[in-house]
Design a protein around this ligand. Structure first.
Ligand code: 5AD
Ligand code: SF4
Length: 470
């Protein structure tokens, strides 16, 4: 049994990590043939992609996927700790599973993901959720087959959570959720330690995958007919810093672009590491989508400092304009937190004025949520929840105004759309534009999922656009 510990999770040292190749133990391969599993995923794309590996590991054990947890022999929750509501949702689901288990004694229940990295959560599971059969951390995914097998064999709760990242595992099997768009991890962890954020504790230090392994994976995706790849990391811009002296995210983007996959995206970027080389490469290669997610968090320098964001409003704006001026038709999206401890009306108005200046194409807006173990959790917070909700409401009004305004500029224009599906209505399709906008469109021609087609935009809404095929 390995229990999580935030003190250990916080340590960053120069330890070398080993690269190991995953291989499932022959003795347990397909051992659970005929059994069914259900996975519920909370949180970010990183978690969604982990679930794609988890599904493949379960299928290697012989489990097959079901979409209703009532039909499953094994239910796994892949959890998120980023805000309290994600945490509460997972515990709510555990409550429902307790009820199910009272009727189905052999049901296996597991919890993994970021919440598994929190000592308090694991304590609670050890003491009050004894019906949970196993817990494993974000660094222990590759051990899942053995953990399940041990939980079944011993009928004892298994907790396997490393707080310090272990080896970097290559060759994990994967069952991709989409046939045209694929996630590829390029860097794990985060070393930025923004004061509000739990991720550096739950995902460990920054560890880049070797460029050869990434390029091989993308090459295979091209051969399999994938049309879009999203390079994933908590902070992709730090790619390569821990591995190479002279190879970074700009170089990787260029090498991936040269493999010829029609669409490349990447997420998430911290403004601190966004280099000129990256901007040049994105502008140069038409298959790197002109869509940049650039979290700003606040427009107030005082709050940015308290958040430990390492940039000022002015330096963010310089970068913003450099990206806008260099990459044709680029769309920039962002994340914003309101109600950070100590944020006053003046700070909030500065956030609003930054939004007025940037006119973001998309924005994810949040109320600050206290995360135990993070520095911001100890800061004095005098603002009422009611006031924070008012600020969020106001902020959303302003960001929404610009989503619509930006979308309106596309009316009458032709955009390229990767077709993802057919709507219920006849001849209606949907997909995403190069700037990642949802497009619903009609077509009287036969088109197929995975096609990239020209669509003329006929009408703009706040969160989507309507069009017809050209
Ligand atoms: N409270 C509210 N929002 C948070 N985020 C990260 N940590 C917190 C927190 N404690 C937001 C940030 C980040 C996004 C993924 O989630 O805006 O960019
Ligand atoms: Fe949530 Fe962050 Fe973990 Fe993703 S990495 S699941 S956003 S806490």
């Amino acid at each position: 049994m390995h229990l999580p510990d935030f003190k250990e999770a916080r340590t960053r040292d120069k330890r070398k990590y080993n690269r190991i190749d995953f291989k499932i133990d022959d003795s347990i391969e397909k051992k659970y043939l005929g059994k069914k599993y259900y996975v519920k995923t909370y949180g970010c794309q990183m978690n969604e992609h982990d679930t794609e590996n988890i599904c493949a590991l379960l299928e290697a054990l012989g489990f097959s996927l079901v979409y209703d947890y009532n039909d499953a022999d094994l239910v796994l929750l892949n959890t998120c700790s980023i805000r309290e509501n994600a945490h509460n949702k997972a515990f709510g689901m555990l409550g429902r599973l307790k009820h199910l288990k009272s009727q189905k004694k052999d049901l296996l229940i597991g919890l993994c993901g970021c919440m598994a990295q929190e000592a308090k959560v694991v304590d609670e599971i050890l003491n009050d959720y004894k019906f949970v059969n196993f817990v494993f951390g974000t660094h222990n995914i590759y051990q899942l087959p053995e953990i399940i097998d041990k939980a079944v064999d011993t009928n004892k709760q298994q907790i396997e959570v490393y707080s310090r990242e272990g080896d970097l595992v290559e060759g994990l099997p994967v069952v991709r959720a989409n046939n045209y768009k694929a996630y590829v991890n390029i860097i794990y962890g985060c070393d930025k330690f923004c004061t509000y954020c739990i991720v550096p504790y739950t995902r460990g230090r920054e560890r880049s995958r070797k460029k050869e392994d990434i390029l091989k994976e993308v090459r295979e995706l091209v051969d399999e007919g994938y049309r879009e790849v999203t390079l994933l990391g908590q902070n992709v811009n730090a790619y390569g810093k821990d591995l190479y002296d002279d190879y970074n995210m700009g170089d990787l983007l260029e090498d991936v672009a040269n493999l010829g996959i029609p669409r490349i995206r990447f997420m998430t970027s911290h403004p601190w590491d966004f280099t000129d080389k990256m901007i040049e490469v994105i502008a140069k290669y038409p298959n790197i989508m002109p869509s940049v997610h650039l979290p700003v968090q606040s427009g107030s320098n005082r709050i940015l400092k308290l958040m430990g964001r390492r940039y000022t409003r002015e330096s963010y704006m310089d970068l913003f304009h450099k990206i806008k001026d260099t990459i044709p038709n680029v769309a920039i999206s962002t994340d914003i937190i309101v109600g950070f401890p100590g944020e006053n009306e003046k700070d909030f108005l500065e956030t609003l004025s930054l939004v007025e200046e940037c006119k973001f194409d998309n924005a994810f807006t949040f109320i600050f949520s206290q995360r135990e173990g993070t520095p911001a959790c100890k800061l004095e917070d005098n603002t009422s929840l009611e006031e924070k909700e008012k600020r969020l409401y106001k902020l959303n009004e302003v960001v929404n105004k610009y989503f619509l305004e930006n979308n309106k500029c596309l009316e009458g224009k032709i955009v390229k759309v990767l077709v993802e599906g057919v709507s219920d209505k006849k001849n209606m399709y949907f997909g995403y534009s190069d700037t990642n906008k949802l497009i619903n469109f009609t077509s009287d021609k036969d088109i197929y999922c995975g096609d990239i087609v020209d669509v003329e935009i006929t009408s703009a809404k706040t969160w989507s656009l309507d069009g017809r095929i050209k």
